[in-house]
Ligand binder design. Structure first.
Ligand SMILES: *Cc1c(COP(=O)(O)O)cnc(C)c1O
Length: 456
């Protein structure tokens, strides 16, 4: 077997020198961010919460954007390029003629892809004299990535952590504290947004949307403080394209053509975009394989792409962010408590929404028990324990590989293993003990959304 090939494709010069920005290559123009009154948000409107360089990336229509040397060095120093592995034993277990490749982001220090944008964001903030970063975290993957990035660049970091996770998942909290971040359970008494929720319900379990509101308010009211977001926005997806750009070169080095399928799970869309957008560029924009299939996997309990509406909505629960046009189940949707905390978000990135709307990306949804079953198969054959989020992608991969078996097709499948699940063993325990249950989606009522939608 080709052990040397696997080794040879991890040399540091495979790390790209530029990120890929999909905005100029979308099948239709990206609808602008709007202010709540319906007027277009200007770059200067975001300066209170983001540094200018990241805002420039957010609005950029340049196809390629340079990765600063210092960020590239950190990518290498933290373990990039991540391995591109072939899941031979899973293939054999399934008896499929399909080839299954996965990009394994779980080898990075905080266990997921999120550090790719965290170090870039910390770098640009530092460059502009920012001293403190605030953010939110659900299960804790984003918070731990930003905590580490803050430590690497000498920035103070405060993380508003969804209260249920803060209480039920102490290990990620401890990891953030170990990296030097201040971790606050949200809703908290430190912000107006938090106080108003606590006044109505002192035991409120919190949500990602509430934590975002608190972090933004903190950034708006404190000096030399900026806000940092772990998904959804253009600049975040941009940074994550390092995943797919590496995978392209690694597949090539392994003598493989462009894959038939590229698959990733979707919370806000950053790891999916990270792996899929560079393949969209090569296969569709450059016309090398127009029938490539890009598959985005979400939980049935929060079905933004498969059952949501394409409309302007806020990024957070309190409605402090600009409005983004996306597939959404509504910013007041209260997500059922599935274990894939990173997928409990009401919307998806605007660029991904456009690809879904134009049938370029195919969305699929699964329940968590079938997802954990797939993860168990992966763990037993490949050894890697998938994060519950990534396990959604694994489930889709197994389904597609079994279809290929029925048709006896030598399909090539590439997916992103966005993170490992070694800090998610509580979910696996429930699964093994037969206590895991599925959650049907709640009713989607968008009548409270801003009136702008009727006009646009
Ligand atoms: C946060 C997270 C996700 C979901 O976020 P995206 O922005 O959609 O990528 C997926 N997988 C893992 C391991 C995560 O930590």
């Amino acid at each position: 077997m080709d052990l040397n090939v696997v080794r040879s494709v991890q040399s540091a010069d495979l790390i790209p020198k530029q990120w890929y920005n999909i905005v100029p290559d979308l099948p239709e123009p990206l609808p602008p961010m709007l202010k709540p009154d319906g007027s277009e948000a200007k770059p200067s409107d975001l300066e209170a919460i983001f540094p200018k360089s990241l805002i420039q990336q957010e609005f950029s229509t340049e196809r390629f954007i340079d990765i600063p040397d210092e960020v590239r060095e950190l990518y290498a120093g933290l373990g990039r390029p991540t391995p591109l592995l072939r899941a031979y034993r899973l293939e054999r277990f399934l008896g499929t003629p399909a080839k299954i490749y996965y990009k394994y982001e779980g080898v990075l220090p905080t266990g997921s892809h999120k550090i790719n944008t965290a170090v870039a964001q910390a770098y640009f903030n530092k460059l502009e004299g920012v001293e403190r970063l605030v953010t939110e975290t659900g299960a804790g993957q984003w918070g731990s990535a930003l905590a580490l990035a803050g430590s690497l660049f000498g920035l103070r970091v405060r993380v508003y952590m969804v209260r249920v996770s803060y209480e039920q998942k102490p290990y990620r909290r401890i990891l953030m504290q170990l990296y030097g971040a201040e971790v606050i359970p949200s809703p908290s008494p430190y912000t107006k947004a938090g106080r108003s929720i606590l006044a109505a319900d002192p035991n409120h379990p919190g949500s990602l949307g509430i934590a975002i509101s608190e972090a933004i308010e903190d950034a708006l009211t404190n000096p030399k403080t900026k806000y940092s977001l772990g998904s959804v926005l253009n600049h975040v997806l941009l940074h994550q394209t390092v995943i797919g750009l590496e995978a392209l070169r690694q597949l090539e080095a392994m003598g493989e053509e462009l894959p038939d399928y590229v698959i990733g799970c979707v919370g806000g869309g950053s790891n999916f975009a990270g792996i899929a957008y560079p393949f969209y560029y090569e296969a569709i924009v450059r016309g090398r394989k127009r029938d490539i299939k890009l598959v985005a996997v979400e939980p049935k309990a929060i079905p933004s792409m498969t059952r949501g509406v394409y409309t302007y909505d806020y990024g957070d629960t309190a409605g402090l962010t600009p409005l983004l046009k996306m597939y959404t189940v509504g910013h007041r949707y209260s997500p059922p408590p599935i274990h894939a905390g990173g997928l409990r978000y009401h919307g998806v990135a605007p660029t991904l929404a456009i690809l879904v709307k134009n049938d370029v990306v195919k969305p699929v949804a699964y329940h968590q028990t079938e997802v954990f079953k797939a993860a168990e198969i992966f763990a037993k054959t490949e050894g890697v324990v998938p994060a519950p989020e990534s396990a959604h992608a694994v489930k889709a991969v197994i389904d597609i590989a079994l279809e290929a078996k029925k048709r006896n097709e030598k399909t090539v499948i590439l997916f992103n293993m966005s993170g490992h699940g070694l800090l998610d063993l509580g979910g696996y325990q429930e699964y093994l003990e037969g206590r895991l249950r599925d959650f049907e989606p709640k009713e989607i009522d968008l009548s409270y959304l801003p009136k702008i939608n009727q006009a646009k």
